[in-house]
Design a binder for this molecule. Structure first.
Ligand SMILES: Cc1cc2nc3c(=O)[nH]c(=O)nc-3n(C[C@H](O)[C@H](O)[C@H](O)COP(=O)(O)OP(=O)(O)OC[C@H]3O[C@@H](n4cnc5c(N)ncnc54)[C@H](O)[C@@H]3O)c2cc1C
Length: 378
């Protein structure tokens, strides 16, 4: 692992930093719809400047950035406290999956509106009885007159209420072994047989949803990667979800630590030895996270595709972010009980960090078995 930036990487970072200073869209407005529109507008700005689909190959409208440039991009976005683009799931998962497994027609149809944010994507994987054990999912798709009819339920589907397309994994062969009977579809959300019901997080935000399908229709042209081949396609989605996360999330918690230091001064506890001890521990963990993120990146750069290394920073980030927000609320004391305190919001939101994108226990299994090569229990 070499952490020194080459002259061209340094030039890229400086150019991006200057661009962000000029083009930062400002604070997100209050209200869910207004905030979402703000992020969609931001995505358009990113697209116009060639910063959307950053990791996508140039031939598909992306920037063809190297993994180091992607990490720098994530770091600079976090550093500038820039909002996330609206179509995050399309950019990070949908696009890469279509590029990797899709036909030319599918690429032609779907990629550009993902980049521009004109069509929002969601990820319909989890079900009430199938989360970590995704391959046990029960939502069924049956072929009838040249199209597919889907019946079942998904849950925790982020931004389903804003989405045009859903990356849907459904069971197409109930008799096949569980990993082999699955197919990956792109489902049009705009039909009556798809019902979206909001779920509220502990923060009160309606960020995710339940989706109910009752003979929802999918054209045969919307199968990605072939019938019965849904498992490897789903794995591509999950690897992409975790791959680029490390460096940006490390930068995010480093900024959070700086904000926390200010808070401790403001509340007159910066010299408290117990607080200082927790700060020191967090500072160590933030640095370990940064180094592990770059180590994973080095491995992925050598291999050329995302791999299981993305699991380690995701696990470390969730624990560090949770510890950071817990310390903040301890510093706030009774002020931490106020709903409108940003740190209280962050504390509550961080509870999901060790569940979303794979639970910590599952990530530990992946690191043990697939990164460290330890023997499997069964
Ligand atoms: C904010 C948020 C957004 C989300 N967005 C989406 C989305 O857009 N699309 C989507 O499809 N899903 C989404 N999810 C769902 C998420 O992927 C699942 O919650 C997650 O995979 C865990 O599944 P589960 O909730 O069914 O828990 P379970 O799998 O039932 O796990 C329950 C507990 O058992 C543990 N456990 C399970 N299996 C093992 C094992 N083999 N070894 C050790 N421990 C184990 C888990 O770690 C956990 O602690 C989201 C979740 C959150 C919190």
């Amino acid at each position: 692992m070499d952490l020194t930036l080459s002259p061209s990487e340094q030039a890229f970072r400086d150019e991006l930093r200057a661009w962000l200073q000029e083009n930062h869209p400002g604070e997100e407005p209050p209200g869910e719809d207004a905030a979402f529109d703000h992020r969609r507008e931001w995505q358009r700005t990113l697209y116009a400047a060639g910063y959307a689909g950053f990791s996508w190959p140039k031939e598909y409208g992306g920037r063809g950035a190297t993994m180091v440039e992607q990490a720098l991009f994530g770091e600079e976005m976090a550093r500038a406290r820039a909002p996330q683009p609206a179509n995050m799931l399309g950019l990070v998962m949908g696009g890469p999956v279509v590029i990797h497994h899709g036909t030319d027609e599918q690429k032609e149809r779907w990629l550009k509106p993902i980049l521009t944010g004109d069509e929002i994507w969601c990820q319909g994987f989890s079900e009430p009885e199938s989360g970590s054990d995704l391959a046990s999912l029960k939502t069924r798709a049956v072929k009838s007159n040249g199209e597919w009819l889907v019946t079942g339920q998904k849950v925790w589907t982020t931004f389903a209420h804003k989405s045009k397309w859903c990356m849907l994994v459904a069971r197409t062969d109930p008799d096949a072994p569980k990993h082999q009977g699955l197919t990956y579809f792109i489902l049009d959300m705009e039909q009556d047989s798809v019902q979206v019901r909001p779920l509220h997080q502990i923060t009160r935000q309606p960020e995710f949803n339940e989706i109910f399908f009752e003979d929802a229709r999918i054209s045969d042209d919307n199968v990605v990667g072939g019938v019965g081949n849904g498992w490897p396609v789903a794995i591509t989605t999950l690897m992409n979800e975790r791959a680029g996360l490390g460096a940006a999330s490390a930068a995010g918690v480093r900024i959070g630590l700086g904000e926390l230091r200010e808070l401790a001064r403001e509340y007159g506890v910066a010299d408290d030895p117990l607080i200082r001890q927790r700060f020191a521990q967090l500072a160590i963990e933030v640095e370990v996270l940064r180094l592990n993120a770059w180590r994973g990146l080095t491995r992925m750069t050598k291999r050329g595709v995302p791999g299981p290394e993305g699991s380690l920073p995701k696990w470390q980030w969730s624990e560090t972010n949770q510890a950071l927000t817990e310390l903040a609320v301890d510093i706030l004391g009774e002020d931490g009980a106020a709903w409108d305190s940003p740190w209280t919001y962050r504390l509550l939101r961080s509870r999901a960090n060790s569940i979303e994108g794979g639970t910590t226990e599952i990530l530990k299994n992946i690191v043990a078995e697939r990164v460290l090569g330890l023997p499997k229990l069964r």
